[in-house]
Design a binder for this molecule. Structure first.
Ligand code: GLU
Length: 479
């Protein structure tokens, strides 16, 4: 049994953004590659910023990416008793102390330090309080936070991505581990959880490195072995700023709604900050599991390029089976009012044939709606610009003739339809284009689309014949 156990620990303060999704993916790949476990922990201790209603959408986005997790989800908000026990132990053993300073006092202290160009770290005023005084003030009901006592010296750890890192303890200051209401702060709760849950490795964004030093200190103070840390590079926007909701960057759910495939998203995210050390770029999730090697995480920041994501999406759409693509297209077509669920259920083969015609042309699955409407609805209109070019008066006769030839075919196939059209063009001594363009416009209302003969065969012989006759009558009526 592998000893690898990793987690993704989203805070429900927003929807699942691409940075957390990428951290989830790397942890997932690392766990699955090593036969270990991947678990989810919801970091919802910050009651002012956490929104419980965001938890389900975050989990939903992880499910959609197919990053399935092991074990029960851990909710930090349900573990305050556990944190409280450890905080007490921390205080009793002298590794932490009560701090009675009010927020106003702390702000004033910091401002004064800044004005005097001194380190604005906490002054340790409360560290010098005598035990008697502390007890008396607590008894009197005075509120106190709990601060960790950071010793002199430095704190170090080995990062999978950035190597051996060291920070002077003077930079860590005596940070708060429990607020005056008794609730544990983020850095303390994370250490308790990672320790209690047996987390072996922590892969997360490098914006957490400062936290890691604080956390390593808590591990050391408890005498616990810290997990192995790896800090992955940040995901930046093309303008090199950090990806952010405020700047209009989309969350995973929004990409999903826009027709990005989970496989494409996962593939694209996997290459932001990691490399399989090969020129190949397109991989399935299963292939990534097989290839993932944490030593190939690179240290430099990655740029999220939506154009590139769309290119990946196009390729992943082409990799789908017609059936799977039909499954995705069906609700979109129904939602657009082009057909009904019932109609599609009884004509699944037809839907499969339709999506197969468009498979190589779609950047997003949703584009199928605007491109394929005429396969489902008969009330389309003719594209106006194309009409002036492709429906000249003589096209009425040509379409009538072509409809007759198609109707006479005993077997309506790509080859027989093409032969019939070619034969008619030769007899009439006209270019094939004089038939092809009116035929396409007649059966679809559009000047462009899939290959003409494949489209005709999919629509079926009677439909094609009827539509061509209808178009011929339409042209005649105009005159
Ligand atoms: N809740 C933290 C976040 O969303 C997770 C940090 C961690 O992985 O330890 O950034």
């Amino acid at each position: 049994m592998s000893s690898v156990k990793v987690r993704i620990a989203p805070s429900p303060t927003g929807y699942l953004h691409v940075g957390t999704a990428r951290a989830a993916l790397f942890n997932y790949l690392f766990a699955r590659h090593n036969g270990g476990k991947f678990v989810v922990r919801i970091e919802d201790t910050d009651t002012r910023r956490s929104k419980p209603e965001l938890i389900e959408p975050i989990l939903d986005a992880l499910r959609w990416l197919k990053l399935d997790w092991d074990e029960e989800i851990v909710y930090q908000s349900r573990r305050s008793e556990l944190y409280g026990r450890y905080v007490d132990e921390f205080v009793k053993t002298g590794r932490a102390y009560y701090c009675f300073c009010t927020p106003e006092e702390l702000v004033a202290e910091r401002e004064q330090a800044r004005a005097e160009k001194r380190n604005p770290a906490y002054s340790r005023k409360c560290l010098s309080l005598s035990e008697d005084e502390v007890q008396a003030r607590l008894k009197a009901g005075e509120k106190a936070a709990i601060r960790v006592r950071i010793p002199e010296g430095e704190t170090s750890y080995d990062d999978i991505v950035s190597g051996h890192l060291t920070k002077q303890n003077t930079e860590l200051e005596d940070f708060i581990v429990a607020r005056s209401d008794g609730s544990a702060t983020y850095n303390f709760a994370v250490v308790v959880d990672d320790h209690e849950m047996g987390i072996s490795h922590v892969l997360r964004g490098n914006d957490h490195i400062t936290n890691t030093f604080k956390q390593v200190h808590i591990y050391n103070a408890f005498g616990w072995t810290p997990p192995v840390f790896g800090h992955v590079p940040l995901i930046l926007r093309p303008d090199k700023r950090k990806v952010s909701k405020r700047l209009g960057d989309k969350d995973v759910g929004e990409y999903r709604n826009e027709g990005i495939l989970p496989g494409a998203m996962v593939n694209y995210l996997s290459l932001l900050g990691w490399s399989p050390k090969s020129d190949r770029e397109i991989y399935t999730l299963e292939e990534l599991v097989g290839l993932f090697d944490e030593t190939h995480i690179n240290a430099s920041n990655a740029i999220f390029d939506e154009e590139k994501l769309l290119a990946f999406n196009k390729t992943h759409i082409q990799m789908m089976t017609d059936h799977d693509l039909a499954v995705l297209a069906a609700p979109l077509l129904v939602e657009a009012g082009l057909t009904t669920k019932y109609w599609l259920e009884t004509r699944w083969e037809y839907l499969r044939a339709v999506v197969s015609l468009f498979k190589d042309r779609l950047t997003r699955v949703s584009e199928i709606v605007e491109r394929s409407g005429y396969f489902f609805a008969f009330d389309y209109t003719y594209d106006e610009k194309a009409e002036t070019k492709s429906f000249p008066p003589e096209a009425a006769d040509l379409l009538t003739d072509l409809a007759g030839r198609f109707a006479a075919l005993t077997s309506f196939t790509v080859e027989s339809a093409e032969q019939a059209l070619t034969a008619l063009a030769e007899e009439r001594e006209i270019k094939k284009a004089k038939l092809i363009h009116p035929a396409r416009l007649a059966v679809s209302g559009m000047p462009v689309g899939p290959g003409l003969y494949e489209m005709l065969v999919t629509l079926s012989q009677p439909v094609v014949v009827e539509r061509m006759k209808k178009a011929a009558a339409y042209i005649r009526n105009k005159q």
